[in-house]
Design a protein around this ligand. Structure first.
Ligand code: CTP
Ligand code: MG
Length: 202
């Protein structure tokens, strides 16, 4: 794997990184479409289930962006999103499905974090290190694993894409994602704040 492991990890996870930024842009483009995922409901503790900032718009925008980015990446031959050696030569929709799962998982992880954050009594928009930084990584990995396993069981791939790319001898990829993502997250959020896209620099 060598020194390219970091580049490999970032390339492999690019759909999830883009998916995690998508809700902020979607909020700018479709400000009126803000139906919250919890439907305004409160939990037993009297606090919102997820909070007003977790919208369906944000969740699905992430899934669509994840799908689109993976689809575009799959066209670049001999890189990890070109799934030719997984028996998916003519099926660009296999990487597209996996990118969709990665993006949706990023949003599900983010919402699960918000659920725990509300239970911990923390308001939306406050910082909660390292959960705000890693929620979408864990959610993305989990749903990508599920999707790759389903796609493989359905005979659409010749071997499990997730296992081949993230597990076994490829474990340093996971290590890079867990260590580098919080740093990347801080940089991207400060830039987003300076550009006026985000209300807070985290
Ligand atoms: N967003 C959204 N729907 C989602 C996730 C995010 O509409 N499912 C939008 C919201 O406008 C939100 C912004 O993206 O304010 C930033 O998202 P995030 O930082 O994840 O939300 P927080 O306000 O920090 O909420 P929490 O404390 O629950 O993480
Ligand atoms: Mg946040």
């Amino acid at each position: 794997m060598g020194p390219f492991v970091a580049v490999q990890a970032l390339w492999l996870f690019l759909p999830a990184y883009c998916a995690n930024m998508a809700p902020v842009f979607a909020a700018k483009i479709f400000p009126g479409w803000k139906r919250p995922m919890d439907g305004g409901r409160v939990w037993r503790d009297g606090r919102r289930v997820f909070g007003p900032h977790k919208t369906w718009r944000g969740l699905w925008s992430g899934a669509l962006v994840g799908a689109g980015v993976a689809w575009a990446q799959s066209g670049i031959r001999f890189t990890s999103w070109d799934l030719s050696d997984f028996g998916a030569q003519d099926a660009a929709w296999v990487p597209t499905i996996l990118g969709f799962a990665l993006g949706l998982g990023a949003g599900v992880g983010d919402a699960a974090k918000s659920f725990a954050k509300r239970r911990a009594g923390r308001e939306g928009g406050t910082s909660w290190v390292p959960f705000d930084q890693l929620d979408f990584v864990l959610g993305g990995l989990l749903l990508a694993l599920a999707a790759a396993t389903l796609v493989d069981a359905a005979g659409l791939t010749s071997r499990n894409w997730f296992a081949a790319e993230f597990l076994g001898p490829r474990w340093p990829i996971l290590l890079v994602l867990l260590l580098a993502t919080p740093l990347l997250h801080f940089v991207v959020n400060v830039v987003g704040y300076k550009l006026g896209l985000k209300k807070v620099p985290w």
